[in-house]
Write a protein that binds this ligand. Sequence first.
Ligand code: G16
Length: 548
Amino acid sequence: MMDAVLQSATRLALEKFPRKSDKFIQYGTAGFRTKGVDLPHVIYRMGILAVLRSKVKKATIGVMITASHNPEADNGVKLIDPMGEMLEALWEDIATRLANVPDADLAGMLSSLIEEEKIDMGQSASVSFARDTRPSSVPLAQALQAGIEVMQGMFQDYGLLTTPQLHYMVRCKNSAGEYGKPTEEGYYEKLTSAFLKLHAQVTHTGRYSGSLHLDAANGVGAMKIREVEKYIEKALTISLYNDGSHGKLNDKCGADYVKTGQCAPNGLPVKAGVKCASFDGDADRIVYFYVDDDGSFHLLDGDRMATLVAGFFQGLIQSTGLDLKIGLVQTAYANGSSTNYITQQLKVPVACVPTGVKHLHHKAQDFDVGVYFEANGHGTVLFSDRAMEKVEGAVVNTGLPSERRAAADKLKTVIDLINQTVGDAISDMLLVETVLNSQGWGIQDWKMCYTDLPNRQSKVTVKDRTVIQTTDAERKTTSPPGLQEAIDKLVAVFNQGRSFVRPSGTEDIVRVYAEADTQVNADKLAYEVSLLVYQLAGGIGEEPKLIS
Ligand code: G16
């Protein structure tokens, strides 16, 4: 029986989803990412793998087809584990092996995997999947479905969803109704009812403005925000731009463009002092920004959200009187000023981990209230079981002073506003708006908390980006020889200088980050480090140029 299934899987692979090139592909920072045309065999195989994973976990597994912030021609796939979290690291390796095995060896590899992992093939399997708006996502979803069906798995095709919505669905399906309803309406109702309840509790106005100009990156977030609007239009007025009606996905717009370019997106008319935000292509990241009267651009990125949110939770936890440990997780990209503000002003402990949501998410679980944000705008807040029990206990404890119970009730409501499975642009937007409203802050007040160190990010194309190897949460390189020593020498020349390089896990490039006392110096340091990478790590194409 099992042999017949595996033989069918191989036959279908050869007939309809053959591996056309022997180029190695790796499950990276956020799953497999490459050109959409190169993915059918990988995605077909991920359908097979999702069924096996579901049998092992005896739970629904998610599969999202998206290349998130990457250009429209790219695509990608990632698996979602039962609690809505990223796939376990060991299975990332299995996914990489499966994606690269020659077609003819597929049945053999699957058979060994089933034996090694002691998979009970009699166990039923269920997979939920969704896709973003890329044209290639439609045929790729068909390839995925074929992989699930050939392994006789059950499935639910959610069609178009944001990535975080699918993470939410998977968690709901596996937590017997405790996390919410596994439907789009269930998602909107959970988040927006919490948002409206918190909005109604604010009695002052201050400088808060309930109006937002939103750049949806011409992605799936646009159609989903239209749904959100139906629930919250009286509390937050959203003017939507780059809604996909014209213009390409992530093309000169979206959170990644705004963050790396430190400029407003195309397609959004920027007016001085107006609060604006950008989603990325699959709405798992958000950054805020505004321009001043003199046209100067101000970015409020993931670091700013981390500080805003951590400060808010710290105050709220204090008001409840509960003994809850709050902590914040960042990556090497976090601006030095944000880390100083969090540790010295807020006195919240900070941990630094390698890039990739999975690393931040994992570390945030060490705290009762774990806030994590990447500077690029991807982040959320996690609450431990202990925290949930304490908060819920305080809400119903009639022996507590009423202010403490009210604070606990507010905290419980804020928890409902947050998608704890993964960073979620919609949920983060509602959270930021809630915090600003509750503080009576305009976007300028938020900006005034601290001053960012000027910084610059750039990319270098090299022949093989894996020659760059890193340590110390990616803050130092161990290969190629001599690179770190040369970076150290350069950095020492710049006031408040800091720089690191790392191979991207989602694009075929090396990323360079630099910060220094002035923008001119940050640009210069980024340029000089980029040149070093080009020279010592096998740069190809044009030499790096000074960006300013
Ligand atoms: C993905 C990951 C993020 C990561 C980003 C860039 O984001 O989910 O954790 O920060 O890629 O990664 P890299 O620098 O390795 O290319 P997204 O929004 O594209 O899914």
